[in-house]
Design a protein around this ligand. Structure first.
Ligand code: BES
Ligand code: ZN
Ligand code: ZN
Length: 520
């Protein structure tokens, strides 16, 4: 999708389709109160083209409600599309993101390849021009993605040209840089989605490593992809235990981002001799199980095909690293993906086995299907060994998290209030939805083992998302850490007006933003 930014008057834009936002200004809560749709553009020609339909009562400007007008009088555009944001008081940057996705998804199946999307003209606190510009571009990319890559009758209906029309009076430099950021983030989120979409036979751990390496080369990141020998050398008994049952070798993917001149990084103590001393190093660790059969504790057949997306946490880290490489924050970042296939075989790990993790802790394996926490245990320990001072991990870790939070919010966990404050600040920009769950020591009882230091599943299934997080906590020790359980939201079962069903690319935007908060 080609994107460009324009400050032209909407009515004068020659395009196949001009999209304009509308809000419902009705504030009365009475059930018989009629919606009062109003366009968010001051262009009188657009207003008059839409006047009749707005006064007809047919269009209510509900969230993502669309209405198409052909040959609108007085406009250079061939079509005018109204896209609703819902109630005016509730309209935010995030509703604009979805509205842009909705406009793109409206356009795609109609064979229209060109779209101009008008940003709100009236500057309000909840709709700042730069914020909406960035969100709209991100939303356009999100809307443009379709997962049907393997259909031989696939018609690539991507929108070829997306023009963002910003108000002429806006701060141009701010809108231009927000627009450029939106392109980077939208493309990175879609890169993650394209990886998550791949079936297990097309994206083995080795191929995941190759895809990460190719991306790294393109954006100028350092990348190493290790396999079995390195796992043995690092004594990653937990990671290897998962991988040992598969014919496919594991991949330990390491991506490194260094800002130019680390001395530019924030200093805690400027008197230190080493100019970079005290500067944070952020470790991003992702679960990359390219297929999870459950191993010897094999999963039931129903829905097992979905377990190709068990690498979504790893893919999110790869996408975030792609964005970070281009946005160039002044902070060091290490991206780690522990990629493996969880398979049953004559070599597979068995319940009752004891694995020694890289940190030296012994783990009694109760259930081989609780494999994500095993690969992450070694990934987190390795990130610390490489110098990470702050950690974030993402994983499709537990079904219990889906039971707890459904498919709307993903789970978040943290052992550190300051790191979590950075995360909350990131959420405000990303618009992604995470709900914090506890990691309190009382839960640790559930993972005590009588024969080893710890066991890989709780003694009961209660609080399963939390006991999984407690397991990871053992391996981050005192490093500030955030854990994201994205099992319920990494794959969307139902299509939305702004997004196809399938891989969502969750966490890419928030992780990227979390990293950037350390460079400010
Ligand atoms: N990959 C699954 C978790 C999952 C479930 C992801 C649903 C996406 C959707 C994970 O490896 C797993 O199997 N977890 C087990 C843990 C249990 C054995 C303690 C689970 O959640 O059932
Ligand atoms: Zn599993
Ligand atoms: Zn899994």
């Amino acid at each position: 999708m080609k994107t460009q930014l324009s400050f032209a008057v909407p009515a004068q834009i020659e395009t196949e389709l001009l999209a304009v936002l509308a809000v419902d200004t009705q504030t009365e809560k009475r059930p018989d109160a009629k919606p009062a749709p109003v366009l968010l553009t001051a262009d009188p020609a657009v207003a008059s083209a839409a006047a009749a339909v707005l006064s007809s009562g047919e269009y209510k400007a509900g969230a993502n409600e669309t209405l198409l007008l052909h040959a609108p009088a007085g406009l250079a555009a061939k079509r005018l599309l109204l896209v609703g944001l819902g109630k005016q008081a509730k309209a935010t940057v995030h509703s604009v993101r979805n509205a842009a996705g909705t406009a793109v998804r409206f356009t795609k199946p109609r064979g229209i390849r060109e779209l101009a999307f008008t940003l709100p003209e009236t500057e309000t606190k909840s709709l700042p021009p730069a914020g909406v510009a960035r969100a709209a571009v991100e939303g356009a990319f999100v809307g443009d993605f379709d997962p049907d890559t393997y259909r031989s009758d696939r018609k690539d209906q991507s929108v070829q040209s997306f023009t963002l029309v910003a108000p002429a009076g806006a701060d141009r430099a701010a809108v231009e840089s927000a627009f450029a950021e939106g392109v980077v983030i939208g493309e990175s989120q879609n890169f993650t989605r394209s990886l998550v979409n791949e079936p297990g036979n097309k994206l083995t751990p080795t191929i995941m490593g190759q895809r990460a390496a190719a991306m790294a080369k393109e954006v100028g990141l350092a990348c190493e992809v290790h396999s079995t020998d390195k796992l043995h050398e690092l004594k990653m008994g937990a990671f290897w235990g998962v991988s040992q049952g598969s014919e496919e070798p594991p991949a330990l993917i390491v991506l490194r981002y260094e800002p130019t001149g680390v001395a530019d990084g924030p200093k805690l103590n400027p008197t230190d001799k080493d100019p970079s001393a005290g500067a944070p190093v952020l470790g991003l660790v992702g679960k990359g199980i390219t297929f999870d059969t459950g191993g010897i504790s094999i999963k039931p057949g129903d829905n097992m095909e979905k377990m190709k997306y068990d690498m979504a946490g790893g893919a999110a880290m790869i996408g975030a690293m792609q964005a970070i490489a281009q946005l160039k924050p002044a902070v060091k970042v290490i991206g780690l993906v522990c990629a493996a296939e969880n398979m049953p075989s004559g070599n597979a790990m068995k319940p009752g086995d004891v694995q020694i993790a890289m940190s030296g802790k012994s783990i009694e394996i109760i259930n081989t299907d609780a494999e994500g926490r095993l690969v992450l245990a070694d990934g987190l320990a390795y990130a610390r060994q490489l110098g990470a001072t702050h950690l974030i991990d993402a994983a499709t870790l537990t079904g219990a998290c889906v039971v707890a939070l459904g498919m709307v919010n993903a789970g978040s966990f943290s052992n550190d209030e300051e790191a979590y404050q950075h995360f909350t600040a990131a959420l405000e920009i990303s618009g992604e939805r995470f709900w914090r769950l506890p990691v309190e020591d009382d839960y640790r009882e559930q993972i005590k083992s009588s024969i080893a230091d710890i066991m890989n599943t709780g003694g009961s299934r209660w609080g399963g998302a939390i006991t999984a997080a407690m397991f990871l906590k053992e391996f981050v020790e005192d490093t500030p850490w955030i854990h994201l359980d994205i099992a319920g939201v990494a794959w969307t079962e139902e299509q939305k007006p702004w997004m196809a069903k399938g891989p969502s690319g969750i966490a890419v935007r928030t992780i990227t933003e979390w990293v950037r908060t350390y460079a400010k």
